[in-house]
Design a protein around this ligand. Structure first.
Ligand code: DOR
Length: 443
């Protein structure tokens, strides 16, 4: 009889504070049972992590896995496989599927599908419409309510002030907003998409959805949160103007995230990647990107989520404005951030805050995001010595491409552990592992 289910031996362990120490880690019944320099016991599975870094698994709090409705782009199974291949052990999935997740029936369907197919742990948002106030407050379990204040992929939209006010005023749950000003976007579309518009230059996308669009909506959501003392999370912040505004106005009821897309791409990248890097809200200038890094550093921005939003290359190759917005990213976020750490751009403690325990604290996800005895055994064992390029063909996302293709990154997972079981090893998914539904302290 083996004492433990899994022992990870000789790893360099890093946890919340970011300091590293050499240790073995023993897992039993899905939990981290013992962390100690030498564990002299047997286990069903053993990993020799010599020379590798052992981190808490990353938590990606914004993904679009397209299931149901657009499973030719992704499904809960393929998206979760891409997640664990990237060291992401838990994800929160968005409601703009078809049908959208706007009631208990749609949520139950997703939960059942996830239980069958997901190799990572999962949680879901409930989507707001102008007419489903009761459902957004009673459907359970959810990590929060998602409001598209400006239109994006799918048809979820709540843009009238009176509708927004009713949602902020009634209920207690966290509200996560896609903050873009719908009226201004419509105006600018009419203005800029005239017959003489140069649609081959994708910077037009950034001009239509400009930083004032983002700022207006971020300001509106912030004021509503302040007026009704409502928990607010601002998704994918993109502009220097918003960082400046939130540095002044953010309260303890407000958290903010940004994406690797906006931290590592600017509108210069349209020239090389065209509509592959078209997203909402859009990539912007170097000045905006620098402001996001500064916002992360000073705590104005709390954490990083990918907004993994796959579309096929065929769909993407349609001429603007028919090319859909969004790009995949769940499997490259941790390597991108660990590469940034290795190049001196941030500390390891910051990477752990932004990728692991920051999203866990913001959403009140129970027992995740840290590496200590008694915690759930969700771990990423990563190689931070070798560099290898992102290659489209090696991606696990169904759409098989990545906006950072060609970039040399380090920090690629060698093993990913989900609830004490090896879910990813040496480039392959272990198909017998299943994730679990996340639990939220507010539910
Ligand atoms: O670019 C985007 N694509 N932004 C979103 O908010 C939605 C996403 C999608 O689902 O394609």
């Amino acid at each position: 009889m083996q004492k433990f289910d899994l022992i990870i031996r000789n790893g360099r362990v890093s946890r919340r504070a970011g300091s590293t120490f050499d240790s073995d880690i023993a897992c039993k019944n899905g939990l981290i049972f013992q962390i100690s320099p030498t564990i002299d016991e047997n286990a069903v599975d053993q990993i020799d992590a010599s020379g590798h870094l052992v981190l808490p698994g990353a938590v990606d709090a914004q993904v679009h896995f397209r299931d149901p409705g657009n499973t030719h782009k992704e499904d809960l199974g393929s998206g979760s496989r891409a997640a664990v291949a990237g060291g992401v052990t838990s994800f929160l999935e968005m409601p703009n599927t078809q049908p959208p997740t706007i009631d208990q029936k749609a949520l139950d369907r997703k939960l059942a599908q996830a239980a069958r197919n997901c190799v990572a742990n999962y949680g879901f948002f409930i989507g707001a419409t102008p007419n489903n106030l009761d459902a957004i407050n009673t459907t359970t379990p959810v990590c929060g309510i998602k409001i598209f204040m400006g239109s994006s992929t799918g048809d979820l939209l709540v843009h009238k002030h009176s509708d927004l006010e009713r949602i902020f005023k009634n209920g207690k749950r966290l509200i996560a907003v896609h903050a873009e000003d719908e009226a201004r976007m419509r105006e600018r579309k009419n203005l800029l998409l005239g017959s003489d518009a140069d649609l081959s230059d994708l910077r037009i996308h950034t001009r239509i959805r400009d930083d004032e669009c983002a700022l207006n909506a971020t300001r509106q959501a912030t004021k509503l949160s302040q007026a009704f003392d409502r928990r607010l999370h601002i998704l994918h912040l993109t502009s220097a103007k918003e960082v400046k505004f939130l540095r002044q106005e953010k309260t303890d009821k407000i958290t903010v995230e940004c994406t690797p897309n906006h931290l590592f791409l600017t509108e210069e990248d349209y020239q090389i990647n065209g509509s592959r890097v078209q997203i909402n809200p859009p990539i912007r200038s170097q000045k905006d990107q620098d402001a996001l890094w500064a916002g992360l550093k000073d705590g104005t921005i709390d954490f990083i989520a990918t907004d993994h939003a796959p579309h096929t290359l065929e769909e993407k190759s349609q001429p603007y404005p028919h090319s859909p917005s969004g790009m995949p990213g769940v499997e490259t976020s941790l390597p991108l951030m660990l590469t940034a750490w290795k190049s001196g751009r941030c500390t390891l403690a910051e990477v752990l805050k932004w990728m692991c325990w920051g999203p866990v604290e913001a959403y009140g996800i129970m027992d995740k995001g840290n590496l200590s005895e008694g915690c759930h055994a969700d771990l990423a064992v990563v190689n931070v010595d070798d560099y290898r390029p992102v290659r489209d063909a090696e991606m696990f996302t169904k759409v098989r491409w990545n906006p950072f293709s060609g970039r040399e990154l380090t920090g690629w997972p060698v093993w990913t552990i989900v609830n004490g079981k090896i879910a990813f090893a040496d480039g392959k998914i272990r198909e017998d592992v299943r994730g679990e539904a996340l639990r939220f302290s507010s539910e």
